[in-house]
Design a binder for this molecule. Structure first.
Ligand SMILES: Nc1ncnc2c1ncn2[C@@H]1O[C@H](COP(=O)(O)OP(=O)(O)OP(=O)(O)O)[C@@H](O)[C@H]1O
Ligand SMILES: [Mg+2]
Length: 125
């Protein structure tokens, strides 16, 4: 699956991904991929790929890093700043939109695919 995380700098995207990975049982440090652009985790029987594309440059970098290969239908890809790789990155199954409130955050979830809808429906049951 592919998740996009959208929101301003400091909106809480990394914080949510960190909580998710830890909830899956990962006990070591979950770093922000600010400089590496990609961090990888195996947790809860899932292959997780956490991207932060804020510093992502262009198509050449997309090919050089092999990012395309990570969207293989097997990995769970969680992508901060997906708009930086617009036109290169596959469509999201689920988009998570963050809004900064005076206290805390407002989060909106949107499913774009059948898989995404199944995922969000399972949250309600
Ligand atoms: N739900 C929340 N309520 C209050 N504070 C939060 C919440 N989520 C994150 N924060 C705080 O906001 C700050 C920035 O969070 P975070 O690094 O997750 O943002 P980000 O969206 O990943 O930013 P960037 O675009 O720079 O990667 C952190 O200090 C974090 O503790
Ligand atoms: Mg972040």
């Amino acid at each position: 699956m592919v998740f996009y995380l959208r929101g301003d700098l400091g909106a809480g995207k990394t914080t949510l991904v960190r909580a998710l990975i830890q909830a899956l049982g990962y006990t070591r440090r979950v770093k922000s991929p600010t400089y590496t652009l990609l961090e990888q985790y195996e947790a809860g029987g899932l292959h997780l790929r956490h991207f932060d594309l804020y510093r992502f440059r262009d198509e050449e970098e997309w090919e050089a890093t092999g990012f395309r290969d990570e969207f293989d239908g097997r990995n769970v890809c969680l992508v901060e700043w997906p708009e930086k790789a617009h036109g290169l990155i596959p469509q999201a199954d689920v988009e998570i939109m963050f809004e900064i409130l005076p206290s805390g955050r407002n989060i909106m979830l949107r499913a774009n695919t059948k898989t995404g809808r199944e995922c969000l429906n399972s949250l309600q049951s």
